[in-house]
Design a binder for this molecule. Structure first.
Ligand code: CMC
Length: 427
């Protein structure tokens, strides 16, 4: 079949730009020879129209609200899968057999402790230390504790590095929280499932074990599954960018955590709760809030998405789950859920949001679930990071095996033209 091309004519010269097509029919103009042939670069601030790589991991169709990991719809994974199975799917490319899953669970259990020397790192942070900064710092320090995994060559080495990160991230996160309270660290319990073990490390105290309910475990697992990957977003692109310099997996993941931290990305879930609490405390009404948003004094947090222009399927899943959890915990009267629904309904019927195709995103309801689980607001981005680990790892691996060049965008320089250095006494 003849390859389709686009024709570009510039300064009297005509060049052909090949069209490439993805497995779901997405089309892209291949401009990799553009500068070489014309001297031009493209200008795409925020990369809204730029495909930075070919990827086989996650498919998002923002117009139709579709999200699939390795081809499996997020709705099916949310209903039938566990976080660990979903993580294996993303990282290793297929749903595991029972034997594979059991073996990987065993590896996770064997990796759940932190090196005792690493515990001193927690002492170095002040009690009010930010859990995200602790998480990124400690993950980065893995490069020092596991020098044998800096240059991953074999599948076995990769599997070991994966198990270390996926398992230890919950230990670090829970320890960061305990440190902020001045409470003793609760060591992981290998007999518990992934989510139960995390909740145990967060909330057990010596001589009083915390036993989460099935509903709590299910809700946490769901939050982690829907956050597990979302193709080339800010933090994933950061991981791939850092990884493209052949930086090690731990350093690349630590960079991803930092990128996730901002309020427009993984910090949005905490901002949603702050917004709902402000309204609940009577500092603002829903109407006042929306008016401020429309005057561009603030953003409606948990709304809008670079890719989703109809609805975010993750928000639908979490909205239902939030209701179920509140019901199971006998907390249906929680004012925040009522305000969230009022805000959502008001925004969805307001022209400002309709015209801009702004819908609730994954962060709009995730905070309500996390809050109901007793997780404090400053840990919300950390929860996002725990969920996103499999995606980051899968993308780092894909990038490192792709043979792709180091990521290095160009720019359009707008600064002063060449000028002479002025000695200090003449300025
Ligand atoms: N509240 C009010 N206006 C908004 C919002 C919002 N949440 N989101 C977008 N807009 C407006 C924006 O002002 C602009 O209007 P105009 O064209 O009149 O200037 C228009 O919609 C397009 O916005 P944009 O900033 O160009 O869109 P973007 O694709 O660059 O931004 C976003 C995407 C997620 C950063 C943005 O929607 C936002 O700031 N949302 C609130 C923060 C949030 O919830 N982030 C979590 C995203 S989902 C989880 C994740 O992946 O991190």
């Amino acid at each position: 079949m003849e390859q389709k091309k686009a024709i570009l004519t510039i300064d009297g010269k005509t060049i052909e730009l090949p069209l490439i097509e993805g497995s779901e029919g997405e089309r892209a103009l291949d401009i990799s020879k553009l500068r070489q042939e014309t001297g031009l670069i493209t200008f795409d601030p925020g990369y809204a129209n730029t495909g930075s790589c070919k990827s086989e991991i996650t498919f998002v169709d923002g117009e139709n609200g579709i999200l699939r990991y390795r081809g499996y719809p997020i709705e099916e994974l949310a209903e039938h899968s566990s976080f660990i199975e979903t993580a294996m799917l993303l990282i290793f490319g297929h749903l595991p057999s029972q034997t594979e899953r059991a073996a990987f669970r065993e590896m996770l259990s064997s990796q759940e402790l932190l090196h005792e020397d690493l515990l001193h790192h927690f002492e170095g942070f002040p009690p009010y230390g930010q859990p995200m900064s602790i998480l990124s710092a400690v993950i980065n320090s893995f490069a020092s504790y596991h020098p044998d995994l800096l240059d991953i060559q074999t599948e076995e080495e990769f599997r070991l590095a994966v198990a270390k990160i996926i398992s230890k991230v919950r230990t670090i996160s829970a320890f960061a929280y305990r440190k902020s309270l001045g409470r003793p660290f609760m060591y992981p319990d290998p007999n518990r499932s992934y989510c139960s073990n995390f909740l145990h490390m967060m909330f057990s105290v010596p001589y009083k074990e915390f036993e989460p309910t099935r509903a709590q475990i299910k809700a946490l697992s769901l939050v982690l599954i829907v956050h597990a990957d979302h193709e080339q977003n800010c933090s994933c692109s950061t991981v791939r960018m850092v990884g493209s310099s052949q930086a090690n997996l731990f350093a690349s993941i630590a960079a991803g955590i930092c990128a996730l931290w901002g309020r427009l990305h993984g910090g949005a879930n905490a901002a949603v709760i702050e917004m709902l609490e402000n309204i609940s405390a009577g500092r603002m009404t829903v109407k006042d809030y929306l008016e401020k948003v429309k005057r561009r004094e603030m953003r409606l947090m948990g709304f809008g998405h670079r890719v989703y222009k109809s609805f975010d399927p993750r928000a639908k899943i979490l909205k239902k789950a939030a209701h179920k959890l509140l019901h199971d915990q006998d907390m249906t009267g929680d004012p925040l859920i009522e305000i969230a629904q009022e805000l959502e309904a008001a925004a969805l019927s307001d022209d400002f949001f309709i015209e801009r195709k702004l819908y609730p995103n994954v962060d709009f309801y995730s905070g309500i679930i996390l809050r109901t689980l007793g997780i404090p607001v400053n840990m919300f981005p950390v929860m996002f990071a725990i969920g996103r680990m499999p995606g980051w790892i899968a993308h780092w691996y894909e990038e490192s095996r792709s043979g792709q060049k180091i990521h290095r965008p160009r720019q359009v320089y707008m600064g002063p033209p060449k000028r002479r250095y002025v000695p200090i006494e003449e300025r």
